[in-house]
Write a protein that binds this ligand. Structure first.
Ligand code: PLP
Length: 351
């Protein structure tokens, strides 16, 4: 039970007392000089969890994805990815603006490219066309509401790309949510790909940071690109220390967030004015719609719901004229979910 129930995003999680403690005592050095022992420990631990040779601590998932794309492409190449992907929609076109690569978005079912779609999108050897430089996949899928694909699905897509000599990047901002939801080791999702980025600052609760993992050679190139982009940090062990606690203590508990998201979604389907596709609720995200069946509709139902919730100290995030996204995380418990459902019921019953 919390005074404020913040369902807008899992990025709003606050560091745990254990994280604060670890940050206060972190052993540090200059990480651009590769002399910060805490950053090195986090990078080694992340690489181990991802089954890769090396890791690189970065400020954000966006920087991790940008560094990964730049390290594996040349200007003028094309990147194949899903139309709803985070890289294509929410990363300020950094890959094009800074990396000089063209995005090739493909419309998919639930956010996951199929092997056939990748085969079709790969460019032939022809002087008129941009060569395909990289294929990106995303798991869990943010815009599709936290849906998961299996390691086998990733492997099938990667096999097609690799068959054409094209590397694969996994935007695994929430890959641990997928691993926990499908009861698979995170390494199974990353084994087929060349690079992966995951976030420490979302459900895992760290205040800052993501890690890019891949071969030692790839991470060496990524380190230089991170420096070029201004992402070289000095005594970054202070924040990396919280990331270590996140990896050690916060992964298994993601299952609770999934139970809470499920409870929220199942409560929402019982409310006559709201609807949710239960099949899409697989991890910690619930996207629901406002259905204005019969009667005069309120001016703006989304705004009314957001405002009504705010008055009850419940924060929710509109993602369209009739859609809301709720994300569960460590600072939301079962009691908070009941409070949110009561609020949704009260507010929508007046419509
Ligand atoms: C959050 C997110 C990112 C970006 O992470 P930031 O740390 O917010 O830059 C990238 N990809 C996906 C799928 C995400 O959900």
């Amino acid at each position: 039970m919390h005074d404020i129930v913040d369902l807008r995003s899992d990025t709003l999680t606050l560091p745990t007392p254990e994280m604060r403690e670890a940050m206060g005592h972190a052993e540090v050095g200059d990480d651009v000089w590769e002399e910060d022992p805490t950053v090195k420990r986090l990078e080694a631990m992340a690489a181990e969890r991802m089954g890769k040779e090396a890791g690189l601590f970065v400020t954000s998932g966006t920087l991790g994805n940008l560094v990964s794309v730049l390290a594996q492409t040349r200007p003028g190449q094309e990147v194949v990815l899903d139309l709803d992907s985070h890289i294509f929609n929410y990363e300020v076109a950094g890959t094009s603006a800074i990396g000089g690569v063209q995005m090739r978005p493909v419309k998919t079912e639930r956010g996951f490219l199929t092997p056939a779609q990748v085969r079709e999108a790969l460019r032939p050897a022809n002087i008129h066309v941009p060569p395909t430089g990289l294929v990106c996949v995303e798991n869990t899928h943010n815009r599709q509401g936290g849906t998961c694909c299996t390691p086998e699905e990733i492997a099938a897509v990667a096999a097609v790309a690799h068959g054409a000599g094209v590397p694969v990047h996994l935007d695994g901002a929430r890959v641990f949510n997928a691993a926990v939801a499908l009861r698979r080791d995170a390494r199974e999702f990353t084994r087929p790909v060349d690079s992966v980025t995951f976030c420490l600052s979302k459900g895992l609760g760290a205040p800052v940071g993501s890690v890019v993992c891949g071969s030692a050679e790839l991470i060496g190139r990524a380190r230089r690109i991170r420096k070029m982009l201004g992402g070289g940090m000095r005594q970054a062990g202070v924040i990396a220390a919280a990331g270590i606690v996140a990896l050690e203590r916060m992964v298994a508990r993601l299952a609770e967030d999934h139970v809470n998201a499920r409870a929220l979604a199942e409560g929402i389907v019982t409310l006559p004015r709201l609807s949710v596709d239960l099949a899409s609720v697989q991890t910690n995200i619930v996207i629901f719609k406002i259905e204005r069946a019969g009667g005069p509709p309120p001016e703006s139902p989304v705004n009314e719901l957001v405002k009504g919730c705010a008055a009850r100290k419940i924060k929710i995030h509109p993602i369209g004229p009739a859609a809301i996204r709720c994300v569960t995380h460590k600072d939301v418990d079962a009691e908070d979910i009941r409070r949110a459902l009561d609020a949704f019921g009260e507010i929508t019953s007046r419509w």
